[in-house]
Design a protein around this ligand. Structure first.
Ligand SMILES: [Fe+2]
Ligand SMILES: [Fe+2]
Length: 478
């Protein structure tokens, strides 16, 4: 099992690093293009400096072309995409994307065989009046300049009929339905654990598999459901939310599907040992006595024991339940000799668990912590309680302003975060005007990355607590 553990850890780390490397390379290519465009009006086309800039970019694109038929970038709502990845952009790249937008260009493709000369010719073309590329047949304009291995695509007009785009495929359940299914399935498991009855994981296996499909389809949608905290069933909701967050992080780290499923199952059972702690202690709002703490601290051991009796479940669920409060193995509970490193599954569940607790409205909290404070709390514990790479990946996934956060905007508008972008500080938002949920169908969705005249159209000036403002965000996320 030890080998299996380190294999899955290495695999996850490698796929994360490969993804980061790809994003860095694509970011690099755009910075190089931006440098080329800045200098094309300062130097003649044959100037060695200009040629050296174009050559550097050629090397980057040729690297990306390895194993690909072409290298295509898309510009959508102020965001830069390469394949399925949203590429982080800086100010220079944002200005470059504005140049493309002014010319009604929504994408650029580099084909094998393209040359440094073609790149310089493209830069010259881009430095001319926008009308040169905006009007007429773009392919003919490029051919006229003898550019044959670089293609420019017109802006992709994303006029999607909202009702159609939100429709789920035949037989597929919506995120909130999956959430309810998971609550029902875990309720039965917890009840059977309380009564010392045999636990059957069949239903839960099915729900977790559907959840993984849903995450692979649209991670933000299922993660968004975890932001809606249920007051009545918070103990069960905590298990489901932790599981969703853990699976979302694993999928973000490009884990294989079967690993994501195993992690989801382990995560949903992480606190099952709490059935053996009296509910008065679990729900006690005051400080616990040392004896009461001792009882609480036994829940990972009790959990591992309960799981060891479940037929056909992965051993990882037992390990995760036992280790989820061990914080790197050095401290936390249950106490061990500290030599064994916490398994990657336990580390992920630990992080998802902590995040879920911090964001939840619990008996212990009168109001949830603002999202940026939660992130700060996790960052503080990176390297001690939580693995630093995992914390970084988690924040990249969840954003500084998670789905469902209400934002005050510099335009005077109120935006509800509906998607993350490559910039953690600039998500995509739905502009709220009526606050009755109707904006979901008829409202405007904008990216805070959108720029005009070199400046962002909208900045975030603050967050709004939906409870205090009495805005029901649930109606927008379902
Ligand atoms: Fe726990
Ligand atoms: Fe927990």
């Amino acid at each position: 099992m030890a080998d299996q553990q380190s294999d899955s850890g290495n695999e996850a780390r490698q796929s994360f690093l490969a993804r980061q490397l790809l994003l860095d390379t694509t970011k690099n290519a755009f910075q190089q293009l931006s440098g080329l465009l800045k200098n094309v009006s300062l130097y003649p086309a044959s100037h060695p400096y200009l040629i050296s800039l174009a050559e550097k970019m050629t090397v980057t694109i040729e690297g990306l072309l390895q194993g690909r038929e072409d290298v295509t970038f898309y510009f959508v709502h102020g965001e830069l995409f390469f394949e399925i990845h949203s590429v982080p952009i800086d100010e220079n790249t944002a200005l470059l994307m504005e140049l493309f937008a002014d010319r009604d260009i929504g994408g650029i493709a580099f084909k094998p065989g393209f040359t440094t000369e073609e790149l310089i010719k493209l830069a010259i073309l881009m430095s001319k009046e926008p009308a040169v590329l905006k009007e007429g047949n773009i392919t003919e304009v490029l051919a006229g300049e003898e550019i044959f291995h670089i293609e420019l695509h017109r802006s992709v007009v994303l006029i999607e009929k909202k009702s159609e785009s939100k429709k789920t495929k035949e037989g597929e359940k919506k995120p909130e339905e999956l959430f309810k299914d998971a609550i029902e399935a875990i309720k039965v498991i917890v009840q059977n654990a309380q009564l010392n009855k045999a636990i059957n994981m069949r239903k839960m296996n099915m729900v977790i598999q559907s959840m993984v499909d849903s995450i692979n389809d649209n991670r933000d949608a299922l993660v968004g459901v975890t932001g809606v905290k249920m007051h009545d069933q918070h103990t069960l909701a905590h298990l489901v939310n932790t599981s969703i967050l853990a699976m979302a992080l694993a999928s973000f780290l490009s884990f294989e599907k079967k690993q994501v499923i195993a992690l989801g199952l382990a995560a949903i059972l992480h606190d099952v040992g709490k059935v053996r702690v009296s509910s008065e202690i679990i729900n006690k709002p005051d400080l616990l006595t040392p004896e009461e703490w001792e009882s609480v601290e036994r829940h990972p051991i009790e959990g591992a024991l309960i799981i060891s009796d479940i037929q056909g479940i992965t051993k990882m669920a037992m390990v995760t339940a036992f280790e989820h409060h061990q914080h790197g193995g050095a401290h936390g509970y249950p106490q061990t000799d500290g030599t064994a490193r916490q398994h990657l599954f336990s580390q992920i569940v630990s992080l998802a668990d902590a995040y879920e607790v911090l964001t939840a409205v619990r008996v212990y909290y009168k109001a949830p912590m603002p999202s940026d404070e939660v992130i700060r709390a996790l960052v503080k514990k990176r390297g001690s309680d939580f693995d630093a790479t995992l914390v970084k990946a988690f924040i990249n996934m969840i954003g500084i302003f998670p789905i469902g956060t209400l934002l005050k905007l510099s335009s005077g508008e109120i935006g509800l975060v509906v998607h993350q972008t490559s910039d953690l500080m600039r998500p995509r938002v739905l502009l709220l005007t009526k606050f009755d949920g109707s904006e979901k169908e008829s409202g405007e969705e904008v990216s805070l990355l959108e720029m005009t005249a070199g400046k962002h159209k909208r900045d975030i000036t603050g967050t709004i607590d939906s409870h205090t403002a009495n805005i029901n965000i649930k109606q927008y996320l379902e």
